[in-house]
Design a binder for this molecule. Structure first.
Ligand SMILES: Cc1cc2nc3c(=O)[nH]c(=O)nc-3n(C[C@H](O)[C@H](O)[C@H](O)COP(=O)(O)OP(=O)(O)OC[C@H]3O[C@@H](n4cnc5c(N)ncnc54)[C@H](O)[C@@H]3O)c2cc1C
Length: 444
């Protein structure tokens, strides 16, 4: 008889773990509380619009995530830039400044873009290189890197407040879901080393050409079913119990029995379901790790207001803006999503006030929207979008292996070394599979 594995949680971590186990011939049941797979990457209908819960992008260096897309057979549904190019708009600039890679190897691939980066003064542009080179030498896994704030490290390496806000945070807020002041140096070093300082093509940006549900959740259900896994949607796991050397996974009215359980749920759920001796962390570790919100502001204009697929903004409350027209199915006008990371200041603000703040700010950085009429305006909020990547967070991220025999953890919040990203989630699912099979240690 093949080994029975219950995977709890159908986000990218659980999908990856379940597929890997099913492909290896195990008898897999995936239990997901909601009525769809995909977890934090999902879509819904609003009238005629397909809306994502929040804009998601990936980078060329997200190799595990790209492997998952191949396994899901959806590579034709994503776009990946041939060469990194980020238009940066500011109310102080009539035309965007561009961060583009050239043909040189990293880190020289960005040297001319940074030297010509108009939002910053010449001194700040010149001083960027010194800090970038020093960041290459930081050990992301060292406890001293985890314990230090990225902003403090940048200041100590000659970076002004402007340089941090207009250049480092431009990338950092979107990838870490925290400004440099709230981010651990270790996680920031991971992001910048892998994305910008080692491989020249690593940071080419990719995104879905279809709603996220069509990229992740629906194909995952199809591929899992084809691979012989059972997918139970709308099935919330309420407890785990041990009997006769196996695990009983309770789902309210019924239970399933499994040899191994992958807990691919958010940290508070994992802490509640895990036996107390499961991880060597103080009680309340999930609350200690905390979470950080992302808010997306969605605006449908009556006309085309931007030609680029996306832009980033500085000197403005606006962060990153994406053209969502094609993915949403809109047939006239233009649908923009303004993605606001580390959105503690917006998460509880009423839509009317967000509109009063964000619409004029958007029009300021996007003059073509100046007299465009707004056909629709709404807000999506994810209060627990990621774990909080604050200094000290690494000490609260458990590894895939637990002390409870047969129970393995997965999730973007586990000790992958990555911030909470789609890549981190997929890596955690792979790590869980390797722990279960003893195949590769737990090299997340
Ligand atoms: C708005 C937003 C924008 C983002 N942008 C990006 C981006 O641009 N690039 C990027 O790489 N990452 C981005 N992320 C982060 C990325 O989406 C996450 O890191 C990743 O999807 C997390 O996957 P996961 O499987 O670890 O967790 P989750 O997606 O949280 O999956 C956990 C699953 O467990 C289920 N569950 C919970 N409790 C139970 C229970 N008791 N029983 C059964 N099931 C249960 C949940 O319903 C959920 O489906 C963004 C996140 C958000 C919210």
């Amino acid at each position: 008889m093949s080994r029975r594995v219950a995977v709890v949680g159908g986000g990218l971590a659980g999908i990856t773990a379940a597929l890997r186990c099913a492909d290896a011939g195990m008898d897999v049941t995936l239990l997901e509380a909601r009525n769809h797979l995909g977890g934090l990457t999902h879509s819904f209908r609003r009238g005629a619009l397909d809306v994502d819960n929040g804009q998601h992008v990936f980078l060329r260096c997200c190799t595990s995530y790209l492997d998952l897309l191949r396994r899901l057979d959806v590579m034709d549904k994503v776009f990946l830039q041939r060469k990194l190019a980020i238009p940066v708009r500011s109310p102080k600039l009539s035309e965007p400044a561009w961060l583009r890679r050239n043909a040189l190897p990293a880190p020289l691939h960005l040297a001319d873009s940074v030297l010509m980066y108009r939002p910053l003064g010449l001194g700040d542009r010149m001083r960027f290189a010194g800090a970038a080179l020093a960041l290459r030498g930081v050990d992301p896994a060292a406890p001293s890197s985890d314990g230090q704030s990225f902003a403090a490290w940048l200041s100590a390496h000659g970076q002004s407040k402007q340089a941090i806000e207009k250049l480092w945070d431009l990338v950092g807020i979107a990838t870490l879901n925290a400004p440099a002041t709230g981010a651990s140096l270790g996680l920031a070093a991971t992001v910048f080393q892998i994305g910008l300082l080692t491989g020249a093509d690593a940071a080419d940006i990719g995104w879905s050409k279809v709603p996220l549900r069509e990229l992740h959740g629906d194909p995952a259900k199809a591929r899992l079913t084809e691979a012989g896994a059972q997918v139970l949607l709308g099935t919330k796991v309420s407890g785990l119990g041990r009997a006769n050397g196996r695990w009983r996974v309770a789902t309210g009215e019924s239970e399933i029995v499994a040899d191994s359980v992958v807990l691919a749920v958010p940290p508070p759920v994992a802490e509640a379901l895990l036996p107390p001796e499961g991880v060597d962390l103080p009680q309340g570790w999930a609350a200690g790790l905390g979470s950080s919100p992302i808010v997306n502001v969605h605006v449908v204009f009556d006309r085309v207001t931007m030609k680029e697929p996306f832009f980033a903004a500085v000197d403005s409350p606006v962060q990153w803006v994406f053209d969502r027209t094609a993915q949403s199915g809109l047939d006239s006008g233009q649908y923009l999503a303004v993605s606001m990371s580390a959105a503690d200041n917006l998460i509880d603000v009423p839509v009317r006030e967000i509109r009063e703040l964000m619409l004029p700010a958007l029009r300021e950085v996007l003059p073509a929207a100046g007299d465009a009429a707004v056909r629709d305006f709404f807000v999506t909020r994810e209060r627990h979008a990621t774990f909080r990547p604050a200094p000290g967070c690494a000490a609260l991220r458990p590894h895939a292996a637990t002390a409870a025999e047969g129970i393995v953890l997965a999730g973007a919040w586990t000790a992958t070394g990555w911030p909470a990203t789609m890549e981190g989630a997929v890596r955690s699912g792979e790590a869980a599979f390797h722990v279960l099979t003893g195949s590769e240690g737990e090299s997340a």
